[in-house]
Ligand binder design. Sequence first.
Ligand code: GYE
Length: 369
Amino acid sequence: MERSVVYVIPIRSILYKLGLPFFGLLLMLFLVTGCEQGEAGTGVQTGGQVGTPQMEKAAPAVDGRFTADEGESPESRRIVLGFSQLGSESDWRRANSLSIQEAAAEADIELLFENAEQSQEKQFEAIRSFIRHKVDVIAIAPVVQSGWEPILLEIQQAGIPVLIMDRMVEIGDPSLYVTFIGSDFEEEGRKAGKYVLDKLRNVPGPVAVAELRGTEGSTPSIGRGLGFREEVKAREDLHIVLSEQANFTYEEGKAAMKSFLEQKGREIRVLFAHNDDMALGAIEAIENFGLRPGKDIYIVSVDGTRKAFEKMVEGKINSVVECNPLLGPILMQAVKELMAGRTLPKRIVTPESVYTEVTAEREVANRKY
Ligand code: GYE
């Protein structure tokens, strides 16, 4: 079982006001809290603590790197981070890339950034180039969960610590990475399911649900699908009658929704889209078909982008489960803590909300992505 630590991401303005040292303190505080939770007999894994095989492997690599660097002390040289981003398929992803680039500049970390355009093979190439560059730390946002063990072993053999960010990898040996920073995707799916049950509680069945799934084999798509199903099974006359993989993109979401409507038309009462971009594409398809998104077909999606909020204000999306892409500051802080020889928790979860058409109006102006 994984140890979960909830960490509140301070927004940029707070960071500026309070200064980075405070942010460091905040993170340390939360790390300490996390450790205490892990030790308090909760049955959760404490793999990231000092003295575990996890950190024993990561620490010498970090130290070795410093001493190998022609006499420079850790303080006198910039940390070099290689980051393998999986693509630029959605607004979430673009916001995520920007957040990482900005946070690296702010933290004075040298960032080698590679965009793999949805190809795991390209991620491997990027990672091998980071190894050749002898970077200090490698961070990966993996496009799919499977197939990572060999490349992670290569990185481990090179003595470079790995941070997994956003999506997870499916591996047998947890010592191959230091920490996983990202959302609880099953929880996001459950939140979407809860909303659907609530919204339709007075609507007589049967209720036909259509689902637009994200990239096949990716952590968010697997988790959101599972969590949603777990929740909606409470209503026996609700069925997921259509489900298609639309890769988290606007265009594929639009095409899949068009085909759903051609198959089942008005029968569809609910659309669960695994992200906003697919929901926005689906809205166009629904309107082209002559139906009213948000009314004839209720829509719930995940992410919480500004564009989705605007559609919620118009009543065309009914609810959005938030998934926060602004992971740059946490990632950079984790890199610094790691390089300073500190222990990181094995799992860092980002807290997230749910918004509905009722709350959208007052929130839309606050959206940062
Ligand atoms: O929800 C989607 C993006 O991995 C959490 O990927 C991320 C997902 C996000 O393309 O919009």
